[in-house]
Design a protein around this ligand. Sequence first.
Ligand code: SAM
Length: 222
Amino acid sequence: MLPKPKFTALDETLYDYLVEHRSPEDDEVVRELRAETAQLGEGASMQVSPDQAALLRILVSATGARRAIEIGTFTGYSALAVARGLPPGGRLLCLDVSAEWTAVARRYWAKAGVGDRIELRLGPAAETLRALPAEPAFDFAFIDADKRGYPVYWEEVVRRLRPGGLVAVDNVLWSGDVVRPEEQDEDVTAIRRFNEAVLADTRVESVMLAVADGLTLARKLA
Ligand SMILES: C[S@@+](CC[C@H](N)C(=O)[O-])C[C@H]1O[C@@H](n2cnc3c(N)ncnc32)[C@H](O)[C@@H]1O
């Protein structure tokens, strides 16, 4: 029997330490965006965490991605991180249903000087995705919208991803409920089914990271 690999469980103190030890992107625009989003109350927790935003930015720039897509934009923090990882001339397509939340996003993208590299399309993401052409392919995708829509978003995104391209998917641990059999609501069962489907998908290699609420990273194989 192989020994269990070492892992470090996070508590709040350790999590704060971890967040403090990322390269700072917390300029004035990000601080204002996060503060304005916090005013939304409970909904604010939908926003990606600062460590996750840093990871997205680093992944985009490290992979040299030029064409990115995001499904689930909210007030625009994760999109801002992705856009900042793109090279000059890079493009990010954002999909969301909410005109109200994305109006906040548009303001901050403009303030950050990345508004010209982001296109926002409003409407149910499944419809917008299905209407996209197969080419040109995306280099990077971030999926973070309604959890029951994940299978469709995954399918439409993976078929439009270039070989070697990356997909990141948020909330794959669902507060740990994925391993609590007593939790059986529609969101957790959808996430469990989705996680099994990713594992069985031979078009990608994937890893689940314990970042924020769980982040799956998948690379499309050639
Ligand atoms: C978790 S939030 C995204 C958070 C965002 N990535 C951030 O870091 O701020 C989920 C978003 O998905 C959007 N959404 C929900 N259902 C959708 C659908 N069917 N099509 C497109 N967007 C949807 C919501 O309007 C919401 O803005």
